[in-house]
Design a protein around this ligand. Structure first.
Ligand code: PAF
Length: 282
């Protein structure tokens, strides 16, 4: 595996592959890799000749008081995992390499509306930071395919919309969420949970499944279902930011006629903010 930290060397390597007619897949990550990331890499491996993985803790997607400085950075361990997963190139730039104009006054990508609801309402500027860094990676690598996890469902839709509206010729591929045996979605932030919180954490996914079951058995008062789930989570020690039943294609409010639904939840458990979702058809 090659490791590059400058855009110049990244580009020259990728260009050689492209000139040889090879297809390139990109997997953007913030590192501290787990089985969820490795599932993205596996999918990328299946779909392309060359796989590029970025490992970069992107400062612009963290708000003031969030965990940018404490976010786990495990570059050596990540590199070993990526070698085993037969990744061709790991890109690990410094912040200045990706943000030459500085973080405060540089150029940003905005994906309006979709970025302002759900997680965007609780983390202002988060999706602007995500869209900007992903656009930079798309521009530097110019991949044929980019692979993202369904766990960050709103992020996935923001990136799809940005890619379509910037007319980028990149296929966005979604990979289902990888879970622990008890249902907890894998996330680097799970490491922040105490033992006691870790025991309660799977309740978030259970509440999504319970709500899905209620909808499939005919309940259609979405507002009542969501508020009941929020109260149940609250009683179990969570501080929910939201619990919402939305249209799966664009996260607009669902109606009784919506066929493709997604139930999304974000909730704090102690100092850890967990997110999860389930997507299903009626
Ligand atoms: O999902 C993530 O890990 C990040 O939001 C991403 C897409 C790598 C952008 O920093």
């Amino acid at each position: 595996m090659h490791t590059e930290c400058t855009i110049r060397f990244l580009r020259s390597r990728v260009q050689r592959w492209r000139r040889a007619g090879e297809h390139i897949a990109l997997v953007p990550t913030m590192g501290n890799l787990h089985a969820g990331h490795l599932a993205l890499v596996e999918q990328a491996r299946r779909l392309a000749d060359r796989v590029v993985v970025t490992v970069f803790v992107n400062p612009t997607q963290f708000g003031a008081g969030e965990d940018f400085s404490s976010y786990p950075r495990t570059l050596e361990q990540d590199a070993n995992l990526l070698v085993k997963a037969e990744v061709d190139l790991m890109f690990t730039p410094e912040v200045e390499e990706l943000y030459p104009g500085g973080q405060g006054c540089g150029t940003y990508i905005e994906v309006p509306e979709l970025s302002d609801i759900l997680c965007g309402a609780f983390r202002p500027g988060h999706f602007r930071g995500v869209a900007t860094v992903v656009a930079k990676f798309f521009n530097c690598v110019q991949p044929d395919i980019a692979v993202f996890g369904e766990k960050d469902y709103q992020q996935l839709l923001v990136i799809r919309k940005m890619t379509a509206e910037l007319c980028l010729p990149i296929k966005i591929v979604a990979v289902p969420t990888v879970r622990e045996i008890d249902g907890l979605a894998l996330s680097s932030r799970n490491a922040y949970l105490t033992d006691e919180q870790r025991n309660s954490a799977p309740l978030l996914y259970k509440s999504l499944l319970q709500c899905k079951k209620r909808i499939l058995s005919g309940e259609r008062n979405f507002a009542a279902l969501a508020s009941r789930a929020e109260s149940e989570l609250h009683a179990a020690g969570f501080e929910p930011d939201y619990f919402e039943i939305r249209r799966a294609d664009n996260l607009a409010e669902s109606t009784v006629d919506t066929d493709e639904l997604v139930i999304l939840a974000a909730a704090h458990l102690g100092k850890t903010r967990l997110i999860d979702n389930v997507v299903f058809s009626l």
